[in-house]
Each structure stands twice: as structure tokens, then as C-alpha cells.
Design a protein around this ligand. Structure first.
Ligand SMILES: Nc1nc2c(c(=O)[nH]1)N[C@H]1C(S)=C(S)[C@@H](COP(=O)(O)OP(=O)(O)OC[C@H]3O[C@@H](n4cnc5c(N)ncnc54)[C@H](O)[C@@H]3O)O[C@H]1N2
Ligand code: MOO
Length: 422
């Protein structure tokens, strides 16, 4: 069932002017945002234990075949399968352990071998010790009780990677699994891009650090800690954080001081249309080139992206949920571009558990929680009834944001929507 009912009471009163026609579609805004930045040119060498979360600037090449030599996958006995007589009894000669130099298998015998040890020259199979039993006293002669085929329990040289193979591509964001393959390839030090440097400017005379007493109309500052965490999550470095008084001159001075000093200036608040909103006038006064000035997105419509000299400026709305969503949709791709990040993750889709109302004109990112799976294993989500750009509760409880497309006037229960995991 599709619900065509209009929203009578929009959640945060922001469904009115300006007309959606004046707003840039999200896809265009993302392209314009990303086009304003380029991968950071400087690189640095890092030991593996400091590399998690960084982006590779160059491919990592395997320094040797992986494995470097044929080796035993099990503790047991190395032998040549063709040597095994009817009845399966062979003499046991010698031992080969991990770390030993490759040995030679005496003809017509088997050799004790341990997991990881080089397979002795002349052997073509390793038999697990569970299927080998002593004949007479000790382990001088032994019987193989199971079937043996050449190749059994041998990890072949180069079976994982060949020396010189690119095991990781430039742009890879290094997580634990990537660190593992670097180490396996013998790369103790790797070349990563310098972290993108972000300068954060907070507007709003009312904002006060969380934990401090509130006076008059003051409120606790959500955006500084939130954006700090979002920058960290994205792998960027916040080099400057400044709260700027709500005066155009102060804002101009603060913006001007960051030009050329950081890779991206991120601002919070003052980007809407009130005469206390100084962000756009300040940017214009400084001669900024406007790339995006309002986007057909809910929440976060007033988000603005510009360039001051060679420095990109992302101006997020002050409402915390709007700042969060516009960071995810526009800011994060800018950071990924600065980091030279490789292929973006595939889009994920979920099914809605209940109908959703939506007013066409802006696409909407709405908090959603995964509550189960349908018959095909697709996640089913429960969505907040609406998104309110100032209410953090639904966001904190959500597993992600569903994207309700711009022109959709209603979503039926069971419809598939794109899902941005958080
Ligand atoms: N006449 C109109 N008014 C508004 C429009 C509009 O189209 N016409 N758009 C609304 C929309 S949508 C949004 S979103 C907001 C964006 O406003 P600003 O970017 O100018 O942000 P502020 O006015 O500075 O603040 C908005 C709101 O957020 C609170 N805030 C600001 N900074 C923080 C912070 N660091 N931590 C917590 N909360 C913060 C601030 O106190 C305000 O309540 O404009 C609408 N208005
Ligand atoms: O309050 Mo607004 O919803 O961010 O577009």
C-alpha cells in the first residue's frame, strides 16, 4: 500500500520556502563538493602498528611468495604417496619443524613434520598424525591407516600471493585485515597520505561546552564534539577548533586566517537566511566562489559549499541532526577524496516495515533501526515517523539513515530504500 497523505505538521517547520526548485539535487551537490578538493599530495612512511585508518598512497607489493615455500598444513608425517606400500607401513626417519631449513626425505621412508615446516624435498604429501600409528615399540616404523593422495595437507609456495604481486591498491583504507596482509607481504613500513587537515569554526553565541553551567538562553554545544568525532571517524585531523562570535567581521577574520592553512574549513551554524546568519555574507565579503548554496535535502537544506582561494569551505547548518546528515552526505565524500580513497562501498538497501509519509521536493535521510529480515534475507527497518533537525534521540537510537527519494510522495510497507549505515 502506498500512502499519499500529506504531512500536516512538518517535523521541524522547514518544508516551506525557499522553493525546492532553488535547491540543488543531492547528487549534483556531492559532485560539486568532491570537485572542490583533490587528494592530499604529501605522503609519509609509517610502521604498521600506526597505520590503521590511514589511506595507502602507493600499492603494497608482496616481498616474497606467500607462502614462501611448500609447507605442512598439519602436524604429521611427510612422505611420497607413491612410496606407500599395501598395508601402509614405512620407516620413520628424521624430523622437520617450523623454522628448520628444508630437509631431504630419505627414499622409502616418512619424516615427522610439524605445521608450517618446509616439506622435505622428495615428499609430496603430509599425513595427519591422527591416521598414523606406531608399529612395534616407539615410532621407528609406523602404519598409515587412511588413504593418501599427492598434495594432501601441503600449502603450496605462492598459493596466496606471488612475489611482486600488488596485495593492496593505492587508496585502500587500512583496517586490521589490510594490516595483516601488509605484514604477510613483508611490508613493515608503508606509504600513506598525510591526514586531511580540517579547521572547524563554530558560530552561535548561545553555545556553551557540555558540562559547563548554562545561563540565559545558552545551550550545550553538540556540534564541536560531534564533528570532532566525525572527523576522527573519517580519518581526518582537526588542527583548529574555534568558536567565533556571531559577528560578520569576526567570522571573516576567522575564515581568512584558515585559508591556505588547512585542506578543508568546516563551519557550523549561521548559514540560513536570518540577519543573524553571517556565514554566507562573510564568505561573499571574502570573495568566496559559491559551489553549492542550498540542497534539496532534509534535514540540512541550507548547507553551503564554497572555495576561498584554494581552500574548500563546507558550511553545515547549526541544527545538530542537519549538521550530522549533511556531513555524512557531503562532508564525508570530500574527506574521502582528500584521502585519495579507493572505490566507495556498494550501496545497501533495506525494506521498510511500515508506510512512510514524505513531502516531495527534497530527498530525506530518516533515522532507521534494523528490526529483522525478510524472506530473502534483506534487512527490515523501522523508521522514525519524521526527522527533526534538532532532535538527537532518534538518531542516537538508529542503525542508519534511509533515503526517501525527492519525488516520492509516500513509501509503502515493504518498499526497498537505500540505507546509509551509521
Ligand atoms: N526563515 C527561515 N528560517 C530558517 C530556514 C529557512 O529556510 N528560512 N531554514 C531552517 C533550516 S532548514 C535550518 S537547518 C536552520 C539552519 O540554521 P543555521 O545554519 O543558520 O543555524 P543556526 O541558526 O546558527 O542554528 C540553528 C539551530 O541549531 C542550534 N545550534 C547551532 N549550533 C549548535 C551547536 N554547536 N550545538 C547545538 N546546537 C546548535 C541553534 O541554537 C539553533 O537552534 O535554519 C532554519 N531557519
Ligand atoms: O532544519 Mo533543516 O531540516 O536542516 O533543512
Amino acid at each position: 500500500m502506498t500512502v499519499f497523505q500529506r504531512i500536516e505538521n512538518a517535523a521541524c517547520g522547514c518544508d516551506g520556502a525557499p522553493s525546492p526548485a532553488a535547491l540543488m539535487p543531492v547528487r549534483e551537490a556531492v559532485a560539486a563538493a568532491v570537485a572542490l578538493v583533490a587528494p592530499v599530495a604529501e605522503t609519509e612512511g609509517l610502521p604498521l602498528h600506526r597505520a590503521r585508518g590511514r589511506h595507502l598512497a602507493a600499492a603494497v607489493l608482496a616481498g616474497a611468495d606467500m607462502p614462501r615455500f611448500d609447507n605442512a598444513a598439519m602436524d604429521g608425517y611427510a612422505l611420497r604417496a607413491a612410496d606407500l606400500p599395501a598395508g601402509g607401513v614405512l620407516p620413520v626417519r628424521g624430523t622437520c619443524a617450523a623454522g628448520d631449513a628444508p630437509a631431504a626425505l630419505p627414499a622409502g621412508a616418512m619424516m615427522r613434520i610439524y605445521t608450517g615446516a618446509p616439506v622435505p624435498e622428495g615428499a609430496d604429501a603430509v599425513v595427519m598424525q591422527e591416521v598414523v600409528e606406531p608399529v612395534g615399540g616407539g615410532m621407528v616404523r609406523a602404519r598409515v591407516t587412511g588413504a593418501v593422495r599427492a598434495g594432501d595437507n601441503i600449502r603450496r609456495a605462492g598459493g596466496d600471493q606471488r612475489r611482486g604481486d600488488a596485495v593492496l591498491a593505492p587508496g585502500t583504507r587500512l583496517e586490521a585485515k589490510h594490516i595483516a596482509i601488509c605484514a604477510g607481504a613483508g611490508a613493515g613500513q608503508i606509504t600513506v597520505r598525510r591526514r586531511a587537515r580540517i579547521g572547524l569554526l563554530l558560530t552561535g553565541d548561545e553555545i556553551t561546552p557540555a558540562g559547563q553551567a548554562l545561563r540565559g538562553g545558552a545551550i550545550w554545544d553538540v556540534n564541536t564534539p560531534m564533528l570532532t568525532a566525525l572527523c576522527q571517524e573519517a580519518g581526518a585531523e582537526l588542527t583548529t577548533v574555534r568558536q567565533v562570535p556571531d559577528r560578520r567581521d569576526d567570522l571573516c577574520a576567522a575564515l581568512g586566517a584558515l585559508v591556505g592553512e588547512v585542506d578543508l574549513i568546516v563551519t557550523s551554524g549561521g548559514v540560513s537566511v536570518g540577519d543573524r546568519d553571517h556565514m554566507k555574507p562573510a564568505l561573499r565579503a571574502l570573495g568566496a566562489e559559491m559551489a553549492v548554496s542550498g540542497v534539496a535535502i532534509k534535514p540540512g537544506k541550507p548547507v553551503t559549499i564554497s572555495r576561498l582561494g584554494a581552500t574548500a569551505v563546507l558550511s553545515l547548518p547549526g541544527n545538530p541532526v542537519s549538521a550530522f546528515v549533511t556531513w555524512q552526505v557531503l562532508g564525508r565524500p570530500m574527506i574521502d577524496r582528500l584521502a585519495g580513497a579507493g572505490v566507495p562501498a556498494l550501496r545497501r538497501h533495506v525494506r521498510t516495515s511500515a508506510p512512510l509519509t514524505h513531502r516531495p521536493g527534497r530527498c530525506e535521510y530518516r533515522p532507521a533501526s534494523i528490526i529483522g529480515y525478510d524472506g530473502q534475507g534483506l534487512e527490515i527497518v523501522a523508521c522514525a515517523p519524521h526527522v527533526n533537525s534538532a532532535n538527537l534521540g532518534p538518531l542516537a537510537a538508529a542503525d542508519g539513515l534511509v533515503l526517501i527519494p525527492t519525488e516520492t510522495d509516500g513509501v509503502a510497507a515493504g518498499d526497498m530504500l537505500e540505507f546509509l549505515p551509521l
